[in-house]
Design a protein around this ligand. Structure first.
Ligand SMILES: [Zn+2]
Ligand SMILES: [Zn+2]
Length: 349
């Protein structure tokens, strides 16, 4: 993620809940310190000899690990029963407590290899900070906001430590459990490391942040050429799995209409692309100005950083499809311009 960390990472550790979603699968509702996103879901899946956790919540304060322990206790399992931790993707709200949990329980931890990019921020925060500041400058971020755009506090404070050789969670990997085998489906876009877990016999997908009851606008920018195309492709892949009757998202309640949930994300992306095209029609500009044209005044530093990052991902998509070109100006800033539409049916003069 980008932008400043929360003012305080402390949460109310008692604001937790565990609900059975299907036999042997519990949703753990864990508190988050973020203003707009107040909770994240982890899932506890019964194993023959304990429990597998899918995601684990954010690090950053002892109250967050207390909340995880409290939510798990409501299922009848304890932390000592955790045998494996599987990460849908490497964002702090899903993977932050991973190192803490491994140290506490000795469980195995599984992550897609692309997730290392988040842990790399902990290895070289100054380098990442400088790169983010350079990008912000080039895209016309005002001087007073450069610090907020460059900040790595969200990752450095929200992740409880580096993972030591996590097991590789790749396409078609199989994870056994007491409720059947889970297949790994690579679903990049929201994050390059994103995977969904599919239990075909029961028609269940643990969907992480690829699906939600509301549109999820976030995409990690800068780690792949076209995260928007990746995300659209991932939605197609989930849709292609027959017989899914329940999707368990990273935030919010379980989704019974999986196809409607997929359509919501897809429509949201296309609507944003249209809004960006309209913003570009008002003339070439840097990403920050285009973001203001799309969303109006960007009141907080966090909103400014998140929205601009989102717009950068959409710009990358329109560049990849040939609709937009990026030009470097003499002052070192960039501007993005719509290419002239190709006239159909005309031959060259
Ligand atoms: Zn996420
Ligand atoms: Zn999330």
């Amino acid at each position: 993620m980008v932008g400043p960390p929360p003012v305080s990472w402390e949460v109310d550790p008692h604001r937790v809940g565990a609900r059975l979603c299907a036999p042997g699968i519990w949703r753990l509702r864990l508190p988050l310190p973020w203003e707009g996103i107040t909770h994240v879901n982890a899932y506890a899946v019964a194993l023959d000899d304990g429990v597998m956790l899918v995601d684990c919540g954010s690090g950053g304060h002892p109250t967050l690990s207390s909340a995880l322990g409290g939510a798990l206790a409501e299922t009848g399992f304890g932390l000592e029963d955790v045998r494996a931790l599987v990460l849908t993707h490497a964002h702090t709200d899903h993977a932050g407590l991973a190192r803490w949990l491994v140290d506490r329980t000795g469980c195995s931890v599984w992550m897609h290899p692309a997730g290392e990019h988040v842990f790399d921020i902990l290895r070289a925060p100054e380098q990442v900070r400088a790169a983010r500041a350079r990008l912000a400058l080039r895209e016309g971020v005002p001087e007073g906001r450069l610090e907020a755009f460059a900040c790595t506090g969200e990752e450095c404070e929200g992740i409880s430590g580096l993972l030591v050789e996590p097991r590789s969670l790749r396409e078609n990997a199989r994870l056994p459990s007491a409720v059947g085998t889970w297949e790994v489906l690579e679903t990049p876009g929201h994050s390059p490391s994103h995977v969904c877990l599919i239990q075909r016999e029961r028609g269940i997908a643990i969907a992480g942040d690829s699906l939600c009851a509301a549109f999820v606008p976030w995409m990690d920018y800068g780690y792949s050429v076209d995260p928007v195309a990746e995300l659209l492709g991932s939605l197609d892949r989930i849709e292609g799995i027959r017989g899914l009757t329940l999707a368990l998202p990273g935030h919010g309640r379980p989704l019974a209409d999986v196809h409607a949930a997929i359509a919501l994300q897809r429509d949201g992306i296309h609507a944003r692309l249209d809004e960006l095209r309209a913003a570009l029609d008002r003339g070439p500009a840097g990403a920050y100005e285009l973001t203001e044209r799309m969303f109006g005044p960007l009141d907080s530093d966090l909103e400014a950083a998140e929205r601009t990052t989102e717009v950068l991902a959409y710009l990358a998509h329109l560049r990849a499809t040939g609709e937009v070109v990026r030009e470097l100006q003499t002052n070192g800033t960039r501007r993005h311009r719509r290419t002239a539409p190709v006239a159909v049916g005309r031959t060259g003069a």
